[in-house]
Design a protein around this ligand. Structure first.
Ligand code: LHQ
Length: 260
């Protein structure tokens, strides 16, 4: 697939997915989400890719659904649009057994905010902001916003943000635990790249398994989780990265993980 609405690049074990409709603050369309889904599939299949960054071109991260689509085409079914596009996109990010970093360079609104919530880590520029904009146009949060946001910031804050649509800046997002790190805009891309690079050099299989275990554990009992950990640890203990990690520790050197 050739891409027109995203930029895709893979270098040094990190894949970069850049939303590329800067004049519309990277608002989402059917085409853009199809391309992003295709890129995520490539990330899943390519063993050389060991970390993924999703970021936006221009001054915005993503302004959510392109509202022009729903103004001009009254025949579009919103439910079908969500099922075919954003639901699959969110699920693909959450299910990807590799770390996914949202590089939140600017405003993240509506489904664009949900997109960041689906990622494993949110690294924000100090120019970033977040708004659950849905309510401002008479909608409920979608693209997993009702499931993901309470798990990140807690129920009370998630509900408040969702029913007010308040736009919060990066420092407030950091204060409530929505973003993991805030970086001055001038240093943003370099520090984001360094962060992703560090993740890409880690034991990728263990990270993928941790994503699944912790997500599953949110709906499991302690006893079920303990058992799932035992089963999963057995598998990880058979990995090359486990052997390398233990050897490096014994030999008092830095480990060289390969993701195998
Ligand atoms: C946009 C958009 C946009 C088109 C900025 N669309 N052009 C799912 C299924 C079905 C239906 C609907 O929704 C959904 C899920 C959703 O995502 S609902 C939420 C949709 N998003 C929004 O409601 C956010 C709308 N945008 C805004 O509130 C503001 O633009 C934000 C707060 C994001 C940024 O504000 P500013 O920094 O002041 O920028 P701006 O408003 O001046 O926008 C810059 C340009 O981008 C402007 O175009 P123009 O030609 O005038 O320069 C905007 O019209 C355009 N743009 N968001 N979602």
């Amino acid at each position: 697939m050739t891409y027109e609405h995203i930029l895709f690049e893979s270098k040094e074990n990190v894949a970069w997915i850049r939303l590329n409709r800067p004049e519309k603050l990277n608002a989402l369309t059917h085409e853009l989400s199809g391309e992003a889904l295709d890129a995520l599939d490539r990330c899943a299949k390519d063993p050389e890719i060991r970390a993924v960054v999703i970021t936006g071109e221009g001054r915005g991260f993503c302004a959510g659904q392109d509202l022009n689509d729903f103004q001009t085409d009254a025949t579009l079914s919103v439910a079908d649009h969500l099922r075919q596009n954003y639901n699959r996109l969110i699920q693909a990010i959450v299910d990807l057994p590799k770390p996914v970093v949202a590089g939140v360079n600017g405003v993240a609104a509506g489904a664009g905010a949900s997109l960041t919530f689906a990622c494993d880590v949110r690294i924000a520029s100090d120019a970033a902001s977040f708004t659950q904009a849905f309510v401002k146009i008479g909608l409920v949060p979608d693209s997993g916003g009702n499931w993901l946001l309470p798990r990140i910031v807690g129920y009370a804050k998630a509900l408040e943000l969702s029913i007010t649509g308040d736009r919060i800046k990066a420092d407030e997002a950091f204060r409530i635990g929505l973003v993991n790190r805030v970086i001055p805009a001038d240093d943003f891309l370099a520090e984001l790249a360094a962060y992703a690079q560090t993740l890409a050099m880690m034991p990728t299989r263990a990270i993928g398994a941790t994503k699944k275990l912790m997500s599953d554990a949110m709906q499991m009992t302690l006893a079920e989780t303990l058992e799932a950990e035992a089963v999963q640890q057995q598998q990880q203990a058979g990995s090359e990265d486990f052997r390398e990690g233990v050897n490096a520790f014994m030999e008092k050197r830095e480990p060289r993980f390969t993701g195998r």
